[in-house]
Design a protein around this ligand. Structure first.
Ligand SMILES: NC(=O)c1ccc[n+]([C@@H]2O[C@H](COP(=O)([O-])OP(=O)(O)OC[C@H]3O[C@@H](n4cnc5c(N)ncnc54)[C@H](O)[C@@H]3O)[C@@H](O)[C@H]2O)c1
Length: 271
């Protein structure tokens, strides 16, 4: 426990820890905070991707460092605590963006090793990182945690591990908001719709997802860009959101509002 007994550095420059920051939504989030002058720690399994994001941030005059982590691995997360403490001081913001997407499957077809890995990374990894970094935020007198949910947490998709894990993240977010609120730590989640991240683009290119269908199901008739999720995360961590905790905020181009409406009406946003 001694390693958690940090005192946050007295500085106006905040440390922002973004897991999964090497790609997609996490990458956009790292860039968004760095643009404001915050020091960003990109914590990811993908070292080359993370270093490329750091170069991008540095070439724009920002500050970022890379810490390799597997959020599903207790020891690796323990090492990350040491690394962040040593390199930048305790984070004021933790964004739990590391995650795996899943392809649709039927009950008996989903390999249990894949099932378990998705839970280990998406749910347990989120839990583990909250558990690892919240005590330092409490010690510092406050902070902000953002978890990443999904429309599949509240709609029914053939994603037998991914969807239940995201629904569990929504519940965890509310529980942690209640748990940590008295110590000044706010905990919220964003609920992205169809986001054109690298992973999503790979699936579109491989013919596993249909971009035109995803666009048509949303009220705004388009997909969401990673930077738009980053803007929502940035808002929830800002002083403007100081009374907001325990929420799950959709950023989905109106997918939740529109998809069942369209099914019932028999037309789409593109008709
Ligand atoms: N793209 C979408 O449409 C969409 C929609 C809803 C929710 N999400 C969620 O957003 C988050 C980011 O997804 P994305 O689309 O940007 O995907 P992405 O693959 O572009 O980014 C995920 C990042 O997490 C990292 N990662 C994976 N496993 C890890 C581990 N065990 N330890 C550390 N890092 C690990 C990857 O290396 C990658 O850099 C995920 O939680 C995903 O479920 C995405």
């Amino acid at each position: 426990m001694a390693k958690l007994e940090w005192v946050r550095r007295v500085s106006s420059v905040r440390t922002i820890l973004v897991t999964g920051g090497s790609s997609g939504i996490g990458r956009a989030t790292a860039i968004r905070f760095a643009r404001d002058g915050d020091t960003v720690v990109i914590a990811d399994l993908n070292e080359s991707g993370g270093k490329a994001v750091i170069e991008e941030i540095e070439s724009d005059g920002g500050k970022a460092i890379f810490g390799k982590v597997d959020v599903a691995d207790d020891e690796s997360v323990e090492d990350l605590i040491d690394f962040v403490e040593r390199e930048s001081g305790a984070p004021a913001v933790l964004v739990n963006c590391a995650g795996l997407l899943q392809n649709p499957s039927r009950l008996v077809d989903l390999d249990m090793a894949e099932h378990d890995r998705i839970w280990a990374v998406n749910y347990r990894g989120t839990y583990l990182c909250c558990r690892a970094f919240a005590p330092a935020m409490v010690k510092a007198g406050g902070g902000s945690i953002i978890n990443i949910s999904s429309t599949s947490a509240v709609r029914v998709f053939p994603l037998l591990a991914y969807s239940p894990a995201k629904a569990a993240i929504d519940q965890l977010t509310a529980i942690l908001a209640a748990d940590l609120g008295p110590d000044g730590v706010r905990v919220n989640a964003v609920l992205p719709g169809y986001v054109r991240s690298e992973q999503m683009q790979l699936r579109i290119d491989a013919g596993l997802r249909d971009a035109s269908k995803m666009k048509a199901q949303s009220a705004l008739g388009r997909m969401v860009e990673p930077g738009e999720i980053a803007d929502g995360i940035h808002f929830l961590c800002s002083d403007a959101a100081r009374a907001i905790t325990g929420t799950v905020m959709p950023i989905d181009a109106g997918y939740l509002a529109s998809s069942s409406y369209q099914l019932h009406a028999g037309w789409t946003s593109e008709d």
